[in-house]
Design a protein around this ligand. Structure first.
Ligand code: DC
Length: 223
């Protein structure tokens, strides 16, 4: 059967991972969360007191081995033989992931793994540069967006659900900073691929977005 690659990109809080995961389940294909790989890299740096300074990062590239596998459809990230899934969701790790992802060598290392995974079987992959750089020939490219207020409210609620109290304005400021860094780095920044369809999720439910994307996939593929 033909291998299908579905690339989903967009800024933090646009709904990428929830939507990509749901689509993968509906189509019975694998979901690959590339942000989790950058987060695992960031976690290594935090644990080992390594700053995002490029000289420091370039010196430790070979000390880091990141791989993934799936258990019941859930991606597990392995950092140097340790499953780090439960440690990579903190805000601090997300911020570090965004900082170290500016480094071209970090990106090349993780992109190599991502491209290999996409050749093996049909996948939905989400991130910041999937349609533009990692899989430029992806079968379907989606760019998910939402206004910054909506994304901040979503992130604020996620934090509240975890028992973390933070002012909405601060969450919004952090999202703006993350957007700026992810969109303005020199190498493979976050941007909509020319041939991606853009969906603004601000006023849509998860199911509405999923249905739109599934219809689009079915229109263009045999899946
Ligand atoms: O999607 P996320 O919040 O888990 O991603 C964390 C950071 O990792 C994000 O701010 C930028 C970086 N990232 C990237 O540069 N390229 C990707 N394909 C995925 C994530």
């Amino acid at each position: 059967m033909e291998i299908i690659n579905i690339a989903i990109d967009g800024p933090a809080g646009a709904g990428k991972s929830t939507i990509a995961k749901t689509i993968a389940k509906k189509l019975n294909i694998i979901y690959i969360d590339t942000g989790a790989m950058y987060r695992a890299f960031g976690l290594y740096c935090i644990r080992n007191n390594i700053s995002s300074d490029s000289n420091e990062i370039n010196n430790i590239l070979d000390d880091i081995d990141i791989s993934i596998y799936h258990v019941n459809g859930e991606q597990q990230v392995i950092l140097n033989n340790e499953n780090v899934n439960e440690f990579i969701r903190d805000e601090e790790v997300g911020k570090m992931a965004s900082e170290i992802s500016v480094n071209k060598n970090v990106r090349l290392k993780l992109v190599e793994l991502q491209r290999k995974l996409a050749t093996k079987e049909s996948i939905v992959m989400d991130g910041r540069d999937i349609g533009t750089y990692v899989l430029p020939n992806a079968t379907i490219k989606i760019y998910l967006n939402a206004n910054v207020e909506t994304r901040a409210i979503r992130r604020h609620k996620e934090l509240q659900d975890k028992g973390i109290i933070k002012q909405l304005e601060l969450v919004k400021e952090e999202i703006k900073q993350r957007d700026y860094r992810d969109m303005n780095r020199d190498f493979a920044p976050l941007t909509k691929a020319e041939n991606a369809i853009e969906i603004d999720t601000s006023n849509l439910t998860i199911n509405q977005v999923v249905d739109k994307i599934i219809n689009y996939i079915q229109e263009f593929t045999e899946i």
